[in-house]
Design a protein around this ligand. Structure first.
Ligand code: MG
Length: 162
């Protein structure tokens, strides 16, 4: 008997010139814009954390890592993801797969997709084949299209043998 649970997560950060851009655990080199945030602003990891927390009904990332706490100021979001995976495993569950979609007008993320998959898989302690990362623009529509923000959706499936 296997118990399956799914989760979904969503996050948005505003973009500003002159900040480093971190996505999916990877620094996007040479990006003229980065996310405005209390942490390193890795909006993809934040959405993934919320998906994982959601799968076990453990609340959201803001509850676990409040952005009012100095402990999380400028923190590498991979540390948050690793802690969230510890919570998932403490609940007796293992990750089956995670799927992430990043909406960003520019820069192009294609050269970074595999690096993100590897970084996320390593951080979560799973095989890279269990992690998908996709990127899209919004055809210049909306706040993403105007380059004002980055939007990410994540979903996951976790399982427990019982
Ligand atoms: Mg966030």
């Amino acid at each position: 008997m296997t118990d399956f649970r799914t989760g979904n997560g969503y996050d948005v950060h505003a973009l500003r010139e002159g900040l480093p851009l971190f996505l999916g655990g990877v620094r996007i080199e040479g990006s003229p814009i980065g996310c405005v945030a209390h942490s390193d602003g890795d909006v993809a990891i934040h959405a993934l954390c919320d998906a994982l927390l959601g799968s076990l009904a453990l609340g959201d990332i803001g509850r676990h890592f409040p952005d009012t706490s100095d402990e999380y100021k400028g923190i590498d979001s991979k540390i948050l993801l690793a802690r969230v995976m510890e919570l998932v495993r403490a609940g007796g569950y293992e990750l089956s797969n995670a799927d992430i979609t990043i909406a960003l007008q520019k820069p192009k993320l294609a050269p970074y997709i595999e690096l993100m998959r590897e970084a996320l898989a390593k951080t979560m302690g799973v095989e890279v084949g269990r992690v998908a990362v996709k990127a899209t623009t919004t055809e210049r529509l909306g706040f993403v299209g105007r380059g004002e923000g980055c939007e990410v959706w994540a979903s996951c499936l976790v399982y427990r043998e019982k």
